[in-house]
Write a protein that binds this ligand. Structure first.
Ligand SMILES: Nc1ncnc2c1ncn2[C@@H]1O[C@H](COP(=O)(O)OP(=O)(O)OP(=O)(O)O)[C@@H](O)[C@H]1O
Ligand SMILES: [Mg+2]
Length: 356
């Protein structure tokens, strides 16, 4: 838990490529000439899993990886703890290169630095909730009393107090996934790898799990790599989002950047139906305020407030102008209810007018 507070484990993926097939090493040179997935498949009978991936995942942040089925999401996350061997590239975690680790170093790294949460929960059916939760610490050889104390703590934090002695098949899917999350947190690793962890859950339960994860993250500050097909989930969870297609990254940035400036038609088709009020922040559309213009008769909101919350604030205080305050409490800009509404309903053919 201490590690979470001062997480030093950012993940730098550099020039990572993966060709699947028996002759992959001999085909690696084709990557430099920009071979596509289709060419590699048709001419050489090999599968291009990933091509020249570069991502810098900040320590203590949530990096979302998005893309359609087969785009390479699982291949990418599985490289981080080297469940897949790269054809070329580097994966730097803290100050170590995972690709260069010996067997022993890799085993230590997997046990102590990473924890995984899976889509299919992967709980052991003959073990109770508590026994499932201590599993990682048991493998690490941690004292039994410490195992139990830590497991009880995290089971409590995910809302499962009272279910410690239940068996997985006595729990709903959402509760089983909370056990999966508690088990991963009990490992006390700085990196959490989540491959479609919430995708099998009903929509309402899924949103609950997102809320639990976001609440916990304020405190645990893990470096989380979260894979999803779902744009709403990506926007809600991701500090940063990378979008893959056919093994290549076609855009990465904050959710707001991706929604406001989709790199191509493919991404445009993803973001077209997004509720911008829940993604765009007030400072993106505010008009800068002259420091001498005292904001009188205005409601205020901090930078980072989402448009929907800004609208709510104006409506509830019965005013139609809002001053935006920076971290020092200085008013740096203003916007009207009209500005907020036009930004929220801007159609994809109309570009949003962005200040600054
Ligand atoms: N072991 C393997 N051998 C050969 N090809 C593979 C292997 N693993 C993955 N692939 C191929 O690599 C590509 C990326 O697969 P991957 O499983 O990473 O996709 P994904 O984005 O996770 O898809 P999904 O959303 O369906 O989980 C696909 O074309 C897949 O067929
Ligand atoms: Mg996958």
């Amino acid at each position: 838990m201490v590690e979470g507070l001062q997480n030093r484990y950012g993940i730098e993926v550099k020039g990572l490529s993966k060709i699947f097939g028996p002759n992959a090493a001999n085909l690696a040179h084709l990557l430099e000439n920009g071979v596509t997935k289709a060419e590699l498949n048709e001419r050489h009978g090999h599968v291009l899993g990933l091509k020249d991936i570069n991502i810098s995942m900040p320590a203590g942040g949530i990096q979302v990886i998005m893309g359609l089925s087969g785009s390479g999401k699982s291949t990418l996350i599985r490289h981080i703890n080297r469940l897949v061997e790269p054809t070329c590239g580097q994966i730097l975690v803290g100050d170590a290169d995972v690709v260069k680790m010996s067997e022993r170093e890799l085993r230590e790294f997997r046990r102590h630095k990473t924890a995984m949460v899976f889509q299919k929960f992967a709980l052991l059916p003959h073990r109770t909730v508590l026994e499932n939760t201590v599993y990682g610490l048991e493998i690490q050889g941690v004292l039994r009393a410490t195992q139990i104390k830590s497991a009880m703590h995290w089971l409590g934090r995910v809302g499962l107090t009272g279910f410690e002695q239940s068996y997985p098949n006595q729990l709903s899917g959402g509760m089983q996934q909370r056990v999966g999350l508690a088990r991963a947190l009990t490992n006390d690793a700085p990196i959490l790898l989540m491959d479609e962890a919430f995708s099998a859950l009903d929509p309402l339960i899924r949103v609950d799990m997102q809320t639990i994860l976001l609440d916990l993250q304020k405190e645990i500050r893990k470096t989380i790599v979260f894979i999803t097909h779902d744009l709403d989930e990506a926007l809600r969870l991701g500090d940063r989002i990378a979008i893959l297609r056919d093994g290549e990254i076609i855009q990465q940035g904050t959710g707001q950047q991706i929604v406001l400036e989709p790199a191509d038609d493919y991404i445009m088709s993803f973001v077209r139906h997004v509720n911008r009020g829940r993604v765009v922040q007030v400072e993106t559309i505010m008009t800068p305020l002259n420091p001498h213009d005292a904001p009188s008769g205005m409601a205020t909101a901090e930078a980072g407030t989402l448009l929907e919350d800004a609208a709510r604030r104006m409506l509830s205080s019965g005013v139609d102008r809002l001053a935006i305050l920076d971290a020092q409490g200085q008013a740096t800009g203003a916007l009207t209810l009209q500005n907020v509404m036009s930004a929220m309903v801007a159609s994809d053919s109309a570009t949003l007018h962005v200040h600054g």
